[in-house]
Design a protein around this ligand. Structure first.
Ligand code: CP
Length: 309
């Protein structure tokens, strides 16, 4: 069972809790393969999605996960909500709490916003991405995808290339993959990779070939133009040529290595279209797995709430 009412980051979860979520997703993935996606595990429960940043995959899959499990789901559109009148995050959270909801899935540009919210509401808060801090449900679906493919995570080499500095996905994957015994190699232009990640267990490679050498999984990360103040690399074309992953770079990986990307992809920048659409790509499978993993998380948090609150 999970040990907290909230899911805020993989730095706070034990290896056992991570495994419980991944194991639960095996069953929810089976459920998704069925003809009719209707269950009553969360009947009488309610989920609010509260996204202060854009999203396609995370928000939609939280909403579908709740609906498929029988919960009531409501999206609070931040652009048309009282947030625009200056309502604070805590006031918004307490207002939603007064509506007797069970779960809030939140995405926020500020690192730590989900934790602050969780400390002020009775609802279970699930971090859907906070600033450059963590994106735990993305890393859990990435890990599920790797485990589903290889049957294990321990002992695998995972190479992560792209905008590490601005990436909450990189941080959560580093915490989670290390906890389950994988080796994480990272590579990016020097302006996009904080050296202190070595202290958190990452191997910082000196070239993309070194990062990918013998890798079981190669993950591209989006170049986050919206988080840059400019000047981190000369142009997207030069980034693709010198730092992107292409077929030649993939020759250094294991012959059956898989290609991952959290999406959305800048086609031809982080990964070539041939890799994105190629046989080794599991990028769309990651999207399906995101739904399975988020269903598993909602079920486990509901179990925690029934036993502890
Ligand atoms: N990977 C991810 O978080 O995608 P969205 O921004 O579409 O949710």
């Amino acid at each position: 069972m999970l040990k907290s009412k909230d899911l805020l980051g993989l730095q706070y979860l034990s290896a056992q809790e991570i495994c419980e979520i991944l194991d639960g997703a095996v069953a929810t993935k089976q459920f998704l393969k069925g003809d009719k996606k209707s269950a009553d595990d969360l009947k009488g429960r309610s989920l609010i999605t509260l996204f202060y940043e854009n999203s396609t995959r995370t928000r939609t899959s939280f909403e579908l996960a709740a609906k498929y499990l029988g919960a009531t789901e409501v999206n609070v559109s931040v652009a048309t909500s009282s947030v625009q009148k200056g309502e604070t995050l805590i006031d918004t959270g307490e207002t939603l709490d007064a509506l007797k909801i069970d779960f809030i899935a939140i995405r926020h540009p500020m690192a730590g916003a989900p934790k602050l919210l969780a400390e002020h509401v009775k609802a279970s808060v699930i971090n859907g991405g906070d600033g450059m801090h963590e994106h735990p449900t993305q890393a859990l679906l990435d890990m599920f995808t790797i485990k589903e493919h290889y049957g294990k995570i321990k002992g695998l080499k995972v190479a992560i290339l792209g905008d590490i500095k601005h990436s909450r996905v990189a941080m959560s994957n580093l915490f989670g993959l290390n906890k389950l015994g994988a080796e994480v190699y990272m590579y990016a232009p020097a302006t996009m990779i904080p050296k202190e990640l070595e202290r958190l267990g990452a191997h910082i490679a000196k070239s993309r070939e070194e990062a990918v050498e013998g890798a079981d999984a190669v993950m591209g990360l989006r170049i986050q133009l919206e988080r840059m103040n400019g000047g981190l690399f000369p142009s997207l074309g030069e980034y693709a040529r010198y730092y992107g992953v292409n077929g030649d770079v993939m020759k250094y990986a294991k012959p059956d290595a898989i290609v991952l990307h959290p999406g959305p992809v800048n086609r031809g920048v982080e990964l070539t279209p041939a890799l994105i659409d190629g046989e080794s790509s599991l990028i769309l499978e990651q999207v399906t797995n995101g739904l399975a993993v988020r269903m598993s998380i909602l079920k486990l948090l509901a179990e925690y709430r029934e036993k502890n609150l």
